[in-house]
Each structure stands twice: as structure tokens, then as C-alpha cells.
Design a protein around this ligand. Sequence first.
Ligand SMILES: *Cc1c(COP(=O)(O)O)cnc(C)c1O
Length: 371
Amino acid sequence: MATMRVARYNYRDQFGEDPTPLIEQVREMLLAGRYILTGEVDAFESDFAAFLGVKHARGVNSGTDALTIALRACGVTHGAEVITQANTFHATVAAIRLCGARPVLVDAEELSFSLDARQLAGAITPRTRAVIPVHLYGQPAPMGAILAQVRDGRIAVIEDAAQAVGARIDGRPVGSLGAAACFSFHPSKNLAAAGDGGAVATNDEDLDRQVRLLRELGQDGQNHHVAVGLNSKLDAIQAAVLRYKLPSLAQWNARRRGVAAAYRERLADLPLRFQRVEPAEEHVYHLFQVRTDRRDDLLRHVRAAGVDAVVRYPTPIHLQPAFADLGWRKGDFPVAERLAAELLCLPIRPDLTRDEIDYVADCVRGFFRGR
Ligand SMILES: *Cc1c(COP(=O)(O)O)cnc(C)c1O
């Protein structure tokens, strides 16, 4: 079998046949000084809100800032506790700490890799102010079960939808299901800016007002600051890039699902497991994970063959040095630890070709056949 390089990203493809209109627009913006909270940002925010079926979406500097601002807007501050899952990206938990609050972890559910809703009741205390389910790898978290466990009106459910823009549960987009939702437009994500970017979505007027205040240093009018906020606005040029790409997103997500279905079919007879998806859930496959206790050997094998496979994430939150002061120990969240040891991401992009899918599948098959 001839060696092929199978990349994880293809940015050129995201700009379509002819990116000239976007490049012209960016040129004009650069020369005219249209940089901060311009009409381009308003236009993207309203298109993005319409895409999600929410009343408001506000562009901020990153997904991490979206989480920090959403938590602050929901009143999370020093002394509060915020519950999330042990198997998430660092930013989810960093944002909790950046608000001065204490992260409380629950374990993942073994088959779906989502936050295990059955563990929520045991983690809620009188100090709990928010719960952050993560729509991990593009798979919607079980929002019905989670919302059913969080009945106390003082606890906000904030969706970390950084990996799941466009995913749906029962036809309803993620990002419209909790008090607020946070998105990332980091270049690795399904909707990619040309740099950092993020957004907070909500249906709640008051929360939206807080988000707008907090992204602009707490300012409610020129030189009048009513809160200590962040300085975190989506760049106007990034808004133009995102608005140019947004109309393609649904089709890109559908193609990602097609790639995932092809992988699942081609790898079905191997000793591998896949993330479980319920019929009501529409996954958008930010990442395609295979699970095996021979993960590290499989990773070496496919990388040597030119396949850009990676591990997301090799160390669960509770074992990260940044959180050592919280006193978590190995063994505290056994499912998250197993997933960290056994998951491997195969390359997935909307434009992955049949040949590339076949090549990746053949490499994985070759590993298990000892070739
Ligand atoms: C990417 C990501 C973030 C953070 O987004 P940035 O834009 O990189 O700051 C937060 N949560 C999850 C689950 C992510 O994947």
C-alpha cells in the first residue's frame, strides 16, 4: 500500500472556489479601520443567533472567554461551586477558576463519554451556582436528564458547545437548551475563524445585557463602568470570516457525519469501540474517536503511515498540575481515566475523500491484523 498523508485540517477548502469577495471585504475593513464592534460583528451575531434559534448571540475573544463571561453573567463568583465533567478540555475548568469559583467534577458516562447525569444530585451543594455539561467531540450531552437533575432556580446550566456548533437533540440545536451556551471559533473547531474567537448565546434578556457589559470592561455607556469586566470582543475581521463561512456549516457537519458513518462501517468488525449516539442526537463529529486498550501502539502505527491521528485528551482534568491544589487523586474519576488512556482521534474533515477514508481504515485494519 502506497503511503499517503491524511491531514486533520484543510483550511483552503473552507473558503470555497473563489474567496475573492471575502478578501476584498477584509481589505476594505483594514483600510477603513473597521475593527471593533462594527456592523460586521452585529451581522454575524444576528446570523449566528438565527442559526442556533436563540434570541441573542454575542461575539467574544475566545471560547474560554465565552465561558468566563457566561459564568460571571450568571452570578458565579468567589465562594461559588460549579459542576462539570472530569473528561473535558482544560478551558472549561480554567474558566470556572478564572471567576474565582471552585470546580466540582463528576465522572463521564462510559458509553457516550458525556457527563454522567446520575452523578449530579450527589455533587450539588448549597454553594452550587452552575453546571457546565460539555457537548464533547460534537456529541450533544443528555440535556433532558441533566436539566431534570438541576431543579434549583439558583443553578444555571451553561452549555459548553465549543465542539458542537450545529449539533441537535430532538431537532433542537445545542446552545438553545440551557441558560446560556458558549462557542469557540478556534481554527480547529467546526466553524473556524482565522484566529481566536468565541460567542455566548442566550434567550435571556438580562443575561445578554450582562454579557455585553462584561465583554466591554463593564461599560454601560462611554466612560461609565458599572462592573469589572473583561475586554473580550470578537474582532470585526473574524466576524466577516465567520459570516462568510456560516452558510456552509450545516453541509460541512452533514459531511462529517458521512465520514463518521463510513469509518464506523469500515471498522465495525475490529476490537474497537465508538462513542454511543442515541437516535435523538445529531452528532457533528468535531472529533471522531475510536477506543482501544492498545491506543498508544495504534497511534504510533497510523502516524508512521502518514495519518494525522492525535489523542484528545491524554490527561483528565483531575490529574492536571494546574488543579493540584484542589486535592483530586488518581482513581477519583475512573471512567475519565480510562477514556484518557483508550481514546484516539482519527482525522475527520468535511472534505475528507473516499480514498483518504479507505486509507485510514486500511491502516487501522492493518494494525489489528499485525501488518
Ligand atoms: C476549544 C474549547 C474551549 C475553548 O475555546 P477557545 O476558543 O480555544 O478558548 C472550551 N471548551 C471546549 C470543550 C473546547 O473544545
